[in-house]
Design a protein around this ligand. Structure first.
Ligand code: GTR
Length: 420
């Protein structure tokens, strides 16, 4: 009997118009380049950059409740397990948002029409939160396509680097928030700067929205920290988008890079109105599995950035196996919505494999809802986006950054989700 080699079989399938597996990756699965590993080891030793050094770990089963029963229906997940898991993350990692009544208002500070060859309107906006006679404001910038016949999807961008004003965006294309691309592809988009909500520094508490909510009192151990407050600010922009008839608020993605990517994922866990959570190079405390302790670790991140996470998270530094949650359960909290995750070839600090495996490990929850998601634990090749059902992933050439290429591939995924 003739034997078919794997390559021959794949060629045969391809000739018959069938693809092998659920994606069309080409090339070899990604692995870290030896020279990149050596560079990290020489610059930032004391951390793990080799798979052979990753400790043994066992991930918590997202479908298992704390009382030891297994969730078997979507209803049970939504009614009991999801709230339980969300609360575990709040109490252990990101903190609890304040339970205080407040009002929001939005002001158009300036509007410019006919932008980008007549395709968009731009607005300089201010969001204001009011409690009694006190208020706190932060700016954001909004662009909306004007030629669409139907309400358009939107992308809310968390800018962890700088504030991009309307005029700056009009003057110069910035791939960190490529407004022109978004408009050309039919998306409205808004962006704010994290530090305008909570200064991104250890001692910035008093100046930010968290102190405003607490009326200046110091934060309790389980109270929200900056990542959660930045995500909250994104949700308040979504509140505003919901009031605009040009925008379809059921099709809104939240996007962030690095610390902004940790924020976008958590924002989409706290706020189920976000249709897609997109984390770009988010690493530790974002998409990457804490238990792998590859690259940046819980101990390191909580000592360098104590204002990002609530203090209980720091207690798990060096004993990640005891964490009641791990980051794959962030994706479980996004179900039945969609998640997009990216890594970069030279960004070992963020643990590309840990970011990918995290998505894979959330699969049982997508399955519970009858949704397809990435389940192949072999990573795709470099620059070969993998889209399966409600999840997408790519690893790009180069280092830590949110680049035009990341956006282009993300928008391909978003187009698919939003059936554009
Ligand atoms: C690094 C930090 C990462 C990542 C990054 C960034 O210094 O270790 O967790 O968040 O900053 O936000 O650019």
């Amino acid at each position: 009997m003739a034997r078919l080699t794997l390559t021959a079989l794949m060629t045969l399938l391809a000739l018959n118009g069938l693809s092998f597996g659920q994606d069309k990756d080409q090339g070899k699965p990604w692995t870290a380049k030896p020279e990149v590993i050596e560079k990290f080891e020489s610059r930032r030793g004391d951390f793990i950059y080799r798979e052979s050094k990753v400790p043994e770990y066992q991930l918590p089963d997202p479908l298992m409740t704390t009382s030891g029963s297994r969730v078997t229906t979507p209803q049970e997940w939504m009614r009991t397990r999801r709230p339980e898991l969300l609360q575990l993350f709040r109490d252990t990692v990101y903190g609890n948002r304040p339970d205080v009544d407040y009002k929001m208002s939005y002001q158009v500070l300036e509007e410019k029409t006919g932008l980008f060859e007549g395709k968009a309107v731009g607005r300089s906006m201010q969001a204001t939160v009011t409690i009694g006679d006190r208020s706190y404001s932060y700016p954001f910038t909004l662009f909306i396509p004007t030629k669409a016949k139907k309400p358009v999807p939107a992308v809310i961008h968390i800018n962890n680097r700088y504030f991009l004003s309307m005029d700056k965006v009009i003057e110069e294309h910035d791939p960190f928030w490529p407004v022109r691309t978004l408009i050309d592809r039919g998306y409205a988009t808004a962006s704010f700067h994290t530090s305008d909500v909570c200064p991104d520094k250890k001692d910035g508490y008093e100046e930010g929205v968290r102190a405003f909510f607490a009326d200046g009192k110091p934060p309790e151990d389980k109270a929200w920290r900056s990542l959660s407050a930045w995500g909250w600010a994104g949700s308040r922009i979504l509140d505003h988008l919901e009031t605009l008839k040009e925008i379809d608020s059921s099709r809104v993605a939240i996007v962030g890079h690095s610390r902004g990517g940790k924020t976008s994922l958590w924002a989409a866990c706290e706020d189920q109105r976000f249709a897609i959570g997109y984390s770009n190079n988010s690493g530790c405390g974002g998409a990457a599995l804490s238990r792998r302790a590859y690259g940046e670790t819980v101990a390191r991140i909580t000592s360098s950035f104590p204002h990002w996470f609530c203090p209980p998270f720091a207690d798990y530094g060096g004993r990640e196996n005891e964490l009641p949650v791990d980051q794959h359960e962030i994706f479980a909290l996004l179900v039945p919505r969609a998640a997009y995750v990216t890594s970069a070839d030279e960004d070992l600090w963020a643990d590309p494999r840990g970011e990918y495996l995290s998505v894979v490990a959330s699969k049982p929850v997508f399955e519970l809802f009858g949704k397809k998601s990435i389940g192949n634990s072999t990573m795709p090749a470099l620059n070969s986006p993998r889209h399966v059902g409600n999840t997408g992933y790519h690893i790009r050439t180069g280092g830590h950054g949110l680049e035009q290429q990341d956006w282009d591939w993300f928008l391909d995924f978003a187009d698919g989700q939003f059936k554009k």
